[in-house]
Design a protein around this ligand. Sequence first.
Ligand SMILES: NC(=O)c1ccc[n+]([C@@H]2O[C@H](COP(=O)([O-])OP(=O)(O)OC[C@H]3O[C@@H](n4cnc5c(N)ncnc54)[C@H](OP(=O)(O)O)[C@@H]3O)[C@@H](O)[C@H]2O)c1
Length: 332
Amino acid sequence: MAINRQILLAETPKAKLGPEHFQLRQGEMPAPKDGEVLLRVRYISLDAANRAWMQGATYRGAVVAGTVMAGGAVAEVVDSKAQGFAPGDLVFADTGWQDYAALPAKALIKVPRVEPLTHLLSVYGIAGLTAYFGLLNIGQPRAGETVVVSAAAGSVGSIVGQIAKIKGCRAIGIAGGAAKCDWLVRELGFDAAVDYKAGPVFKALKAAAPDGIDVYFDNVGGDILEACIALMNNRGRIACCGAISAYDGPAPASGPRGVPGLIVVKRLTLKGFIVTDFFAQRDVALADLQAWVAAGKLKVQEDVIDGLENTPRALIGLLAGDNRGKRMVKVA
Ligand SMILES: NC(=O)c1ccc[n+]([C@@H]2O[C@H](COP(=O)([O-])OP(=O)(O)OC[C@H]3O[C@@H](n4cnc5c(N)ncnc54)[C@H](OP(=O)(O)O)[C@@H]3O)[C@@H](O)[C@H]2O)c1
């Protein structure tokens, strides 16, 4: 019988996430029950939100210490006791960080076999769809407007800026470090990039966006959100996608600080969303993303780390900003 390696969240972190919070366990390959499918995990998606799930319930339940670490993955069906799934089929599912998972058919999303398979987690996966729906449906950018995105060199942010360019906007990224900022402008075609680690964001962003900000795609919250709100134009739109600045520590204190007045005076719209809200429109989004990739208008940046045992390190590094584009771990 094949061995199933599993990475557990051994202890809930109280401050920064470290390797000591994880534990590798070897178990037996699970057997699917009626209505279930046995999956071989191929690529695990690393997401900043993985860390937020350890802080408590969000749009999903909290990840509890002593259980297999949760996480989305592209996986292959190896055995099926459910109608509609056969060995060889590919799915996206929350398999968790392990070699094999037996899951009910209703928890699986069937995905086509594309080349390379990694695109199912990057541009054609949650990252690409989040960028697409968050920018276009929530941000509603118009040609000529200025779009700012934070965590701009990450998986979602790098796609947001490129879609903004495709839509005829001025795209400005906020990212950590000169090398990432340079890459955004030279390789991905952003009009400007602000290094939030080099000094106050407000001053640099004001210089990069002399006409103000019309759409802010917020991946980070905190000080960067505050700086952007101060630079928003009247009737600007803020797509609230995530709050990375608050993930890698204790659960954050509640309440926005000092911003409601500006929201009123500038008639801003701040709107949160979860990518699955828009899944009914997924085919249209995927067709657009595919066409942009094929035309060379959208560059796909992937950061693939080999080996299930390296998954904790891959997440810890992502939270510290050592990824460019979509990070994932190749399991098999
Ligand atoms: N709403 C939804 O449905 C949905 C779906 C998917 C993802 N998301 C959100 O999308 C965002 C991007 O997540 P991802 O998984 O794709 O990660 P990612 O952008 O690939 O990587 C995270 C990046 O965040 C940056 N970062 C870390 N700490 C930061 C801080 N304190 N301030 C500013 N930047 C910081 C790092 O880059 P630097 O080097 O630039 O610091 C790091 O590379 C997250 O907020 C996530 O929760 C939302």
